[in-house]
Write a protein that binds this ligand. Structure first.
Ligand SMILES: Nc1nc2c(c(=O)[nH]1)N[C@H]1C(S)=C(S)[C@@H](COP(=O)(O)O)O[C@H]1N2
Ligand SMILES: [Mo]
Length: 399
């Protein structure tokens, strides 16, 4: 243990000492440094499963197996601002501090104590990047947005294992007047266009922290992979991906609103973005070649950050006529002895396409969630290309 109660950590294989910038010192972190030449993503990215964007990797929808509900970590999209750090679980500790705790100096807790002290829970949630679908601003609406040109594969459904953030905050001495929690990662500081923005970090309201936020060490019953936040990540079910900070190093609890560039400069459209919109995807390649047949079984999935999907309408004629898709009930989500907190995954659906004529066709799917939120024809443009939720026009050829 170091003098301030922080246990010495090793990041990226380098022993680190001393505090970095004022920003990092504020959240009580040791410095992480990017390792030149090291891969940004550690897991394998086979071309059949992923589109490789360098620091980011997108799941290919045509690789999704209709019989499998959850997204295995090996196939889950990755979104890294810098690169995946290597963290020693034996010396890892999560630091909680701030004037929203009875003792602002705070506490540290290691993984073993976290597992021993708190009830284990699990939650299934749609895990999705705010910029999912961004490329369609250009290809479908003629206006390019900046950022990774994702199609629709920056999303997955995962059952997370961990403990409730609420329980940990109460143990840490949460004050009733706390309003804001800022989570910061242990990955290297984010430098963009010569500006060092410090650790990837984002604040969120105490109401979300006390509702369904999770400190997760597992995904689908297995330890997190390094790329997905090992050994511990935050999960804010239904919220924009950036809210679920990976390699969670610290939580600052405050009685005043906290900010970071990740809720003011980015992931903000007239206010910090929180709940994900409604989207749908076909389990097909782009420009799929389908064999002319009496009938073709088409499958896909729809999801919403706010509520389960209530209905999905599909069109195989470019939007001229529509019919309801057959929805599959979400499979049972309880595994092991853990208790479940609320949340929900995506909805699988199917549609039988009868006697399609040879030639080019456009498939559309429009989902509506139980809150009545539905997908528009046109998504609201914003320069960073967040929340592309319009119905996507998916081209196929029948031959
Ligand atoms: N520490 C840290 N947390 C992070 C990020 C990051 O770069 N660093 N990226 C965020 C973004 S933008 C998304 S979409 C999700 C992606 O999670 P995944 O890579 O496990 O799929 O993690 C979020 N948490
Ligand atoms: Mo993201």
């Amino acid at each position: 243990m170091t003098e301030n109660g922080l246990r010495r950590r090793t990041l990226l294989g380098l022993p680190l000492a001393g505090l970095a910038t004022a920003g990092a010192a504020q959240v009580g972190l040791l410095a992480g440094r990017a390792v030149a030449g090291a891969p940004a993503i550690l897991k394998a990215l086979p071309g059949a499963w992923f589109t490789d964007f360098g620091t980011n990797a997108e799941m290919r929808w045509d690789s999704v197996e209709p019989g499998r509900y959850l997204t295995p970590q090996a196939r889950l999209f990755v979104r890294n601002h810098t690169q995946t750090p290597t963290i020693d679980p034996d010396t890892y500790a999560l630091r909680l501090s701030g004037d929203g705790l009875r003792d602002p100096a705070g506490v540290s807790i290691g993984l073993d104590e976290l597992r021993r002290r708190f009830e284990h829970v699990e939650v299934t949630s749609v895990h999705e990047c705010t910029g999912n679908g961004r490329s369609f601003f250009e290809t479908q609406q003629g206006q390019r947005a900046s950022g990774t040109q994702w199609a629709l594969g920056a999303v997955g459904s995962v059952t997370w294992q961990g403990v409730r953030l609420r329980d940990v905050l109460e143990w840490a001495g949460l004050r009733p007047d706390a309003v804001s929690v800022q989570a910061a990662g242990l990955d290297p500081e984010y430098v963009d266009k010569g500006v060092n923005h410090g650790r990837v970090r984002r604040p969120f309201p105490i109401s979300k922290a006390l509702d369904d936020a999770l400190l997760a060490w597992g995904a689908n019953g297995e330890p997190l992979l390094p790329d997905h936040g090992y050994p511990l990540r935050l999960v804010l079910p239904g919220w924009v991906g950036i809210a679920s900070i990976k390699w969670l190093g610290s939580l600052e609890v405050s009685t005043t609103e906290l900010t970071s560039p990740w809720n003011t400069q980015w992931y903000n459209i007239g206010g910090p973005l929180s709940t994900n919109p409604v989207r749908s995807a076909w389990e097909l390649p782009w420009n799929a070649q389908l064999r002319a047949d009496r009938k073709i079984e088409l499958t896909g999935r729809s999801w919403s950050g706010a509520a389960p999907i209530a209905r999905v309408d599909v069109s195989t004629d470019g939007g001229a006529t529509w019919s309801p898709a057959r929805l599959r009930p979400e499979p049972g989500r309880i595994r092991g002895g853990g208790r479940r907190t609320h949340g929900h995954g995506w909805t699988q659906w199917a549609h039988t396409w009868r006697a399609p004529r040879p030639g080019a066709h456009t498939l559309l799917a429009r989902a509506t969630d139980l809150r009545g939120r539905t997908q528009p024809d046109v998504a609201a443009f914003n320069p960073n290309g967040y929340f592309f939720d319009a119905v996507v026009r998916h081209p196929v050829t029948v031959a």
